[in-house]
Write a protein that binds this ligand. Structure first.
Ligand SMILES: *Cc1c(COP(=O)(O)O)cnc(C)c1O
Length: 366
């Protein structure tokens, strides 16, 4: 069977260095807020191209603590609106509502699945304080027009970079375009820890300080508390492992891009819509998402052929019980996407033989 994601094999590639890194931390007797986290933060900031990186416990915390920091510093307040794509993973939305801010859902572009830049300006109100773009599936969502709208209306641009570690647009890494970005190191992400992890990157020194304090109970001096903060820390073992894996990220992403190109060249089933890649650098293929109007039959066909495919995501946030107040809303593009998408196996450890099996399985669907 071609597995959707072979995490064991992904870890295996770094096995010796990961064991060394973990042993070093175990033997050091220092497990939180130490030099491994500091070193990783420095490396990751340099990699992304921002002045600051603050390690936190996971990607959701990264986003929600960014917004909380804007509230604490008076930039935003309860009831303010944040524009966000309607087809994102629910964590982007939870980060907003958890802060009692109001998500304003905007439809994506049907070709790129990224927030539709032409639909942003018309939903800006006097309460809008930010735009959260999501580099969904690993493709850059930033456009110059989005940057312009944010400047014009004085909105904070926040990037959800959970799926796009290493993605570049015009030579610049995603996670460095906005005022702040949230990153996830969930094991299945392009840069995955062996457990949970996340980070905030920013060039805003005061924001970085507030985020660091909020993530440590609201304290920057021991036993002095400026905010009612969180306990959200990237631990030393994960930081040490992430430093190892960061050094291989570009190579890993290169392999993902190669597999994607191979799929794009060889999948020729007229019933399948392939992903649209604007420029090859600007997509790191966290997911390779195709569309088919008989998606559930296709899924079954792939299963029969020994190919494990998954749906990202079956139900959009506004149709979830968690947001039942939105259940009557319609976002037709988003709903169409959720009804038709299917993610094919893709990762840095997929072999050419496995890719051929996937291609044959997709092309033989009638
Ligand atoms: C994974 C993910 C998150 C959340 O990251 P966690 O580390 O799982 O908390 C947020 N947004 C998007 C788009 C994601 O894919």
């Amino acid at each position: 069977m071609v597995k959707f994601l072979d995490i064991e094999k992904i870890t295996d590639k770094y096995s010796r260095e990961i064991h060394e890194a973990a042993s070093r931390v175990i033997d050091s007797g220092w497990y939180l807020l130490g030099k491994e986290t500091g070193m990783f933060e420095e490396k990751y900031a340099r990699y992304i191209g921002t002045e600051h990186c603050v390690g936190v416990a996971n990607g959701l915390d990264a986003l929600r603590i960014i917004l909380r920091a804007y509230i604490e510093s008076g930039v935003m307040e309860e009831g303010d609106e944040i524009i966000v794509p309607a087809n994102t993973f629910i964590a982007s939305i939870i980060a907003i509502t958890d802060n009692r801010l109001v998500p304003v859902l905007v439809e994506p572009d049907i070709n790129t699945y990224q927030i539709d830049e032409t639909k942003i300006e018309s939903v800006v109100t006097s309460k809008t304080r930010g735009v959260m773009i999501v580099h969904l599936y690993g493709q850059c969502a930033y456009t110059e027009k989005i940057g312009e709208i944010c400047r014009k209306y004085n909105l904070k641009l926040i990037e959800d970079n959970a799926q796009a570690a290493g993605c570049k647009y015009k030579g610049q890494k995603t996670g460095s375009f906005g005022d702040a970005a949230g990153h996830s190191f969930y094991p299945g992400k392009n840069l995955g820890a062996l457990g949970d992890g996340g980070a905030v990157t920013t060039n805003d020194t005061s924001l970085a300080d507030t985020v660091r304090s909020l993530a440590n109970y609201g304290s920057s001096i021991k036993y002095v508390f400026d905010y009612q903060g969180y306990n959200s820390r990237l631990d030393e073992i994960q930081a040490a492992i992430l430093s190892v894996k960061l050094s291989g990220l570009d190579q890993d992403n290169q392999r993902r891009k190669e597999v994607a190109r191979y799929y794009l060249e060889h999948i020729d089933n007229p019933g399948i819509v392939l992903p649209v890649v604007k420029d090859p650098d600007s997509h790191v293929f966290h997911l390779f998402v195709i569309r088919c109007d008989r998606r559930d039959e296709l899924l079954k066909h792939l299963q029969d052929k020994g190919v494990q495919a998954l749906i990202h995501y079956p139900v959009p946030p506004h149709k979830q019980r968690a947001y039942k107040e939105w259940n009557q809303m319609t976002h037709p593009v988003t709903e169409k996407i959720h009804n038709e998408v299917l993610s094919l196996p893709i990762s840095q450890v997929i072999t050419d033989e496995e890719a051929d099996i996937v291609i044959e399985a997709v092309n033989s669907f009638r």
